[in-house]
Every structure is written in structure tokens, then in C-alpha cells.
Design a protein around this ligand. Structure first.
Ligand SMILES: Cc1cc2nc3c(=O)[nH]c(=O)nc-3n(C[C@H](O)[C@H](O)[C@H](O)COP(=O)(O)O)c2cc1C
Length: 122
């Protein structure tokens, strides 16, 4: 399966998770491209989409929300995974915020996950 990971990351934690996901998915036999939303234009030739973002003040950064609204194509029920990284799990609403926007574009949510981040995870 061709998988695209797009993420936003201020201090590197969300990018770290993107790299780990990419390594594991490649080991499973998938073709995986991964890049920061600020790096490249969106490649539309993929079967599954993974979106990752950090939680700042309870939600993902505005620039990630704008990126999803402005760049994600309609999917016709292809699968998507959304994850966020944060210090805690209580004030972390970004996964729902992004997945609702993907749902509007006919993405079928496979997984919605928040990682509670501790420095020793790296
Ligand atoms: C300005 C700022 C605001 C944050 N707000 C929250 C928050 O509301 N809830 C939370 O659980 N973690 C919060 N955190 C912690 C980050 O979500 C966590 O460190 C995350 O993994 C950062 O991801 P990144 O390294 O990809 O930028 C905040 C961190 C920063 C720098």
C-alpha cells in the first residue's frame, strides 16, 4: 500500500513519531513517504493518509488545520490515521478537530490516537 505521512512539529516529538511509523510501515512492506507540511507539495498518489500534529493549548496548530482544509483531496473512503503528541491526554483535542475535517472530505477514519509524550520516549 502507498502511504503518505504529513506532520507538523515544533520541537521534534511529532516528527519523531512520524519517522518511527514510517520505519515500521516500511518493514511491513508498505511504500511510505513522510514529510513536514512545510516541506513539499502534496502528492495525491497514495492509498492511506497519516496526519500528525502537536497539541499546543489544547489543539493542533492553526497552520496544520489550514493545511488540512486547503490541501487534502477528497478521498472517496480511503483510510486515514490521525495522531497527536502532547504532555497529557486531558487537554488534547486535536485528533478530533483534524479527523472531523478529513471526514468532510470522505476520508474513512481508521485510527484516532493521541500519544502522551515524555522526554525519555525518544
Ligand atoms: C506552547 C506549547 C503549548 C502546549 N500546550 C499543551 C497542552 O495544551 N496540552 C498538552 O498536553 N501538552 C501541551 N504542550 C506539550 C506538547 O504538546 C508536546 O511537547 C508535543 O509533543 C510537542 O510536539 P512537537 O515536538 O512535535 O512540537 C505544549 C507545548 C508547547 C511548546
Amino acid at each position: 500500500m502507498k502511504i503518505l505521512i504529513k506532520y507538523s512539529s515544533g520541537t521534534g516529538n511529532t516528527g519523531f513519531i512520524a519517522n518511527e511509523l514510517q520505519k515500521h510501515l516500511i518493514k511491513m512492506g508498505h511504500q511510505v513517504e513522510s514529510s513536514n507540511i512545510e516541506n513539499e507539495a502534496m502528492n495525491s498518489e497514495f492509498d492511506m493518509l497519516i496526519i500528525g500534529g502537536p497539541i499546543y493549548a489544547g489543539n493542533v496548530p492553526e497552520k496544520l488545520i489550514r493545511y488540512v482544509i486547503g490541501n487534502i483531496p477528497d478521498a472517496k473512503n480511503k483510510k486515514a490515521i490521525v495522531y497527536t503528541t502532547s504532555t497529557g491526554l486531558l487537554n488534547a483535542h486535536g485528533v478530533l478537530s483534524i479527523s472531523k475535517k478529513l471526514h468532510i472530505h470522505q476520508w474513512k477514519m481508521n485510527t484516532v490516537k493521541n500519544y502522551s509524550w515524555k522526554p525519555e520516549n525518544k
